[in-house]
Design a protein. Structure first.
Length: 74
């Protein structure tokens, strides 16, 4: 549960947003082509999840999907 707890924290949200942006930029500007587009789409997942304050991995570890509920539970 420690990983899910970290990912639902403010630092975890920021990390997901930064990693998502990095994957999008690398995919579109460094790799390009079909592989770059696929990487950019994959990067959109953590970006959107961080922006919407949801942790997609938390339910796998028995935690709540919403970050607010995970922080209140901690």
């Amino acid at each position: 549960m420690g990983f899910a707890k970290f990912m639902s924290s403010g630092l975890g949200r920021g990390l997901r947003i930064v990693v998502g942006l990095a994957l999008i930029v690398i995919g579109l500007f460094s790799i390009g082509g079909t592989g770059g587009i696929i990487l950019a789409v994959v990067g959109a997942v953590p970006l959107v999840a961080g922006a919407l304050d949801v942790c997609l991995f938390a339910p796998l570890f028995g935690g709540p999907l919403k970050g607010v509920e995970a922080r209140a539970k901690a």
